[in-house]
Design a protein around this ligand. Structure first.
Ligand code: ATP
Length: 312
C-alpha cells in the first residue's frame, strides 16, 4: 500500500509554557489538495515547520511518504517543497541564482538546475526578471518566486504557507489555476490560508485549527454542506414552558431563551409547521443563510477576513 503523503501522529510542540501544537494527528493522502485553516496563532506554521524539520517536536511523530522527518531527515526533506510565509532570499543573488542555489542544496548540479529554473521562471511569469535580485520584485512576484523555489527540486509534496497573502485578485486567480494544474499532475499540496474562499475553491479536505488542535476536519463539500443551511430565529412574546413535543427530537440544533428560539440548519419545509406549532407565542421571525464563515466563527471564535477586504 502506498504510504500517506504526510502522516502526523500526536504532534506536540511547546514554546516555553505555550503549547503551540497540542496532540495533533492528521493524514494527508497522496495527490490530495489539503487546506489548513485557523486564526492567527492557531499553530498552522508550527505544524508545517515540524513537517519540514524546521521545528523539532516535543512529542509525536511525522512521516513524509513513509520517512520519519527526524530520523530520516534528508529523505523526508527531499520529498517536500516549502513555500514559507516569510521571504528569506539572498539579496546578493539574482532570482535565477536563487533557484539554482536552492537546487544545489538538494544536490542538483547547475547543468540540470538552470534549465529547470528557466522553465519555472517562465511558468511563474518571472523570466524577464531573472537577472535582478529579489528586492526589485513586486510583492506578488516575490510570492511567486517562493513557490518556484519550492518546486526546483521536483518535490512530491508542496507545502504553501499563505501562498496568496497580499496578492491582488488577478494574481490570486492565476496562482489558483497554477496550483490546480500542479495538483492535477499528481503533486500533493497542503496550504494554509486565511481566505475561506481560497480553501473552498482549491482544497478537497480542510482542517480547521484552534489553539494547537484540530477542531474540524472533513471534505470541503461536507464541511460547507454542514455549515450552510438556514438559521431560523423566532421571537416570542414570553417564556415557553417547553418546545412543542413533536419538535424536540426533530430539531437537533435548537437554542432557546425566554424570548427567542434559534434553530440552525433548519429545512425550509419545517419552518411553516414549527411556526404553526408555536402559535400565538410568535411575535417575529427571521431566516438567515449560514455559511463557512459562520462555522469558522463558531469553532474558533474569530472571523476571517473576506478575500477582497484582505487584498485592499
Ligand atoms: P498565523 O496565521 O498568524 O501565521 P499560525 O496558526 O501559523 O498563525 P503559529 O505561527 O504556528 O500560528 O504560532 C502558534 C503559537 O506559537 C503562537 O502563539 C505563536 O506566538 C507561538 N510561536 C510561534 N513561533 C514561536 C517561536 N519561535 N517562539 C515562541 N513562540 C512562538
Amino acid at each position: 500500500m502506498q504510504p500517506a503523503a504526510i502522516a502526523i501522529e500526536h504532534l506536540t510542540k511547546h514554546y516555553g509554557a505555550l503549547k503551540a501544537v497540542d496532540d495533533l494527528s492528521l493524514t494527508v493522502h497522496p495527490g490530495e489538495f489539503f487546506g489548513l485553516l485557523g486564526p492567527n496563532g492557531a499553530g498552522k506554521t508550527t505544524t508545517i515547520s515540524a513537517i519540514v524539520g524546521l521545528v523539532r517536536n516535543d512529542g509525536g511523530q511525522i512521516r513524509v511518504m513513509g520517512h520519519d522527518v527526524q530520523a530520516d531527515y534528508r529523505q523526508a526533506r527531499r520529498i517536500v517543497g516549502l513555500s514559507a510565509q516569510e521571504y528569506n532570499f539572498d539579496r546578493y543573488l539574482s532570482i535565477e541564482d536563487v533557484l539554482i542555489y536552492q537546487a544545489g542544496y538538494f544536490g542538483i548540479p547547475t547543468a540540470i538546475a538552470r534549465p529547470r529554473a528557466h522553465t519555472l521562471l517562465k511558468q511563474f511569469g518571472l523570466f524577464e526578471k531573472r537577472d535582478v535580485d529579489y528586492l526589485k520584485l513586486s510583492g506578488g512576484m516575490k510570492r511567486r518566486l517562493t513557490i518556484a523555489r519550492a518546486l526546483i527540486h521536483e518535490p512530491k509534496v508542496l507545502i504553501l504557507d499563505e501562498p496568496t497573502a497580499g496578492t491582488d485578485v488577478a494574481l490570486r486567480l492565476e496562482l489558483w489555476q497554477q496550483l490546480r494544474e500542479l495538483n492535477r499532475q499528481g503533486l500533493t499540496i497542503v496550504l494554509t490560508t486565511h481566505y475561506l474562499e481560497e480553501a473552498e475553491e482549491l482544497c478537497k479536505r480542510i482542517a480547521i485549527m484552534r489553539e494547537g488542535r484540530i477542531v474540524a476536519l472533513d471534505e470541503t463539500k461536507r464541511l460547507i454542506g454542514g455549515a450552510t443551511g438556514q438559521t431560523l430565529t423566532v421571537h416570542l412574546s414570553g417564556p415557553l414552558t417547553e418546545l412543542p413535543l413533536a419538535w424536540q427530537d426533530r430539531l437537533a440544533h435548537v437554542t432557546q431563551t425566554d424570548e427567542q428560539i434559534t434553530v440552525t440548519g433548519v429545512q425550509p419545509a419545517d419552518v411553516g409547521p414549527l411556526l404553526a406549532a408555536l402559535g400565538d407565542a410568535v411575535t417575529g421571525v427571521s431566516l438567515t443563510q449560514r455559511n463557512l464563515q459562520d462555522l469558522f466563527l463558531e469553532l474558533t471564535g474569530e472571523r476571517l477576513p473576506e478575500t477582497d477586504e484582505a487584498t485592499a
